[in-house]
Each structure stands twice: as C-alpha cells, then as structure tokens.
Ligand binder design. Sequence first.
Ligand SMILES: [Mn+2]
Length: 356
Amino acid sequence: MLYNAKRVVALRQEMQRLKVDAFLVTDRANIKYISGFTGDDGILLVTENQQYIITDSRFEQQVKTDNPEWSFCNTRDYLGSALKIAAQKHLVAMAFESNIDYASYDFLDENAVCDIVPFTGVIERLRSFKDDDEVALLKQSCILAEKGYQYILDTIHPGQTEAQVATELDYFMKMNGASQWSFETIVASGERTTWPHGTFTNKKLSDGDLITLDFGYYYQDYTSDVTRTFSLGKQVNAQVKDIYETVLEANQRTIAAIKPGITGRELDAIGREYIAQKGYGEYFNHGMGHGIGLSIHELPNVGRSYADQMMPGQVVTIEPGIYVPGVGGVRIEDDILITPTGHENLTPFSKAYTEV
Ligand SMILES: [Mn+2]
C-alpha cells in the first residue's frame, strides 16, 4: 500500500481538534491506512511535526524501502519506545486507540509521563471516506467478486461438499489476484441456509438444495463483501421463491433510497418494514449493512440503532435476509458507493432468482 501524506495531514487536524499533541496508532488497519506500512507487527507514533514507525529489525529494510517519509524506530519494546519519545519531546497529551489490549493499556497507564487519552473511531472515520484511488480498488475488488461468483455458478454440482465449494472459490480468487479472504467464506446449503453465519461444513450438496454464498476477498488491501442465494437444480418448496422475491425487493428498495444525508437507521427501516409487511419480520434477525474497505466491517453502520449519515465517498453493504427454519434462508448483499447525487452499485451483477 502506498503512503498517502494527506492522511497524516488529516490525522493531525483531528489531533488539534481533540487537543492532543501525539497519536499512538495500534490498530493494524489504521496503521496501514495512515503510514502505508504493511508489516504485521509494530505501532505508529504521530506528533505535530514528526512521524515514527516503531517496529523491530525484521522490518528495517521494508520500512526504509516502502516508507521513507517515516522515521524508523528499531526496538522490541514498541510501547516503551513510544513513551520514551514522548518524554524526550515533552509531549503533553497522547491519544491512544481504545481497542488496545488491556495489558498494553496497563503498561501505558503505569509508565507514561504525559497524559494518555483514549479515543474510539477517529481514524476509522477518516477511513470511511474513500478517495478516488480507493474507490478504484474497491471497484476492482467487486469485479473480481463477480468473476468468482460466476465461476462457482458454472462449476458447482451435487456431491461436492460446502467446504470444497469454498476451497474452489478460494483458489479461483487467489489465482485471479486476491490476497486472502476477509472472513471465512459462507457456503450454506439446504437447511443450513437458515443459519445466517454458518460458514461451511463437510456436508454434501444435493440436487434441489438452496445455497447461500457469502464471501469477501482482499484485492490490493480492499475487500468486497457479496452474498448471493441460488438453487442447485429445481426448487420444490414454493415458499422459497416467495422468500427470495421479498428479500430481493427489500434489497432493491433499500439501495434505491441511498443518498447523502440519509441515516443508517432510515435505510434499515426501508428494507425491514417491507419484509415485515410481507409477514417475514421475525425472520430478519441482523443488521442491514456496514462499511467496507481495509476491513470487512467498518464505518458507517446501517442498522436499527445507528444514526450514521451516509456521505459521498463512503461505501456500505446492503444485505437483508430472511431465514425460515424448515423452509430456507435467503440473503442478498450488494456493495454501494454513496455519490454526491445518490449512489452507485459496485456489485451490479445478476441477483435474479437462479436455478443452476
Ligand atoms: Mn456483509
């Protein structure tokens, strides 16, 4: 990932607003976003006029090659070194991320000479606004997702296990440029489609099974998140079709309403009320969606308890579902970019009811 100096400028503006003169970044996705450093160990310290990648000698050449704008601090004692810099520079108040682990917090609390102040969601909020380069990567990630879905539609057959389908998709996605999945792929068949997050098992697929495929893969650090439900062979249960059309309509109505200023709660209500009106209210038991980007779940949130306003440059999933035990479960999920005038569906590939 390339270092983008604008992000440090934005973080320093936040620091001024929050009245701190240092920001300790410990969350891995936030480290990647702010510094471009992709190593899997280490932390960042950003002050008003300096910026440090604090990590050990395993990453020395990597930092010097990829992150020359950052001071490389070679140590095994990441937090201790950050506090030492803070003391030397006579820093007054250091922000830290509240999702830090307790042992680390305890260490900071015991040893910091400066004030330490916890914050939630500061960099996450910056991350929610995608610039043009990030949107381009997300679009490519979504195009790859479409290819993966088509590949599974073309190859899936009775006798395969759910795990084998997940493995076929994994191989296809990686052979076509994905680095890894952003969550364990969900391949749920038959009755298991009524488990919204059932991952995959060694269960064999049978003719007539309803299949839910929910997957997300990183393409150049940015992940898509797509769900499609389809039938393997002819569907005998007539209610499945009704459930499918209800979820599809809820998905489409919710997406149609996306524009700057609408809140996550308002969007949630559109799809949820439609599903309730059709008599399936009690069978939709999760949120409507979430932001995606460097992480599979990020800001903004789309759900009953969220007042987050959608703003241009943000990207959210819309994923209504209905899960009726004994009948079947359907979820349809798209990835939507909020634009200045409305929205753009980044996953516009087919979601019409399909029997393969
Ligand atoms: Mn999702």
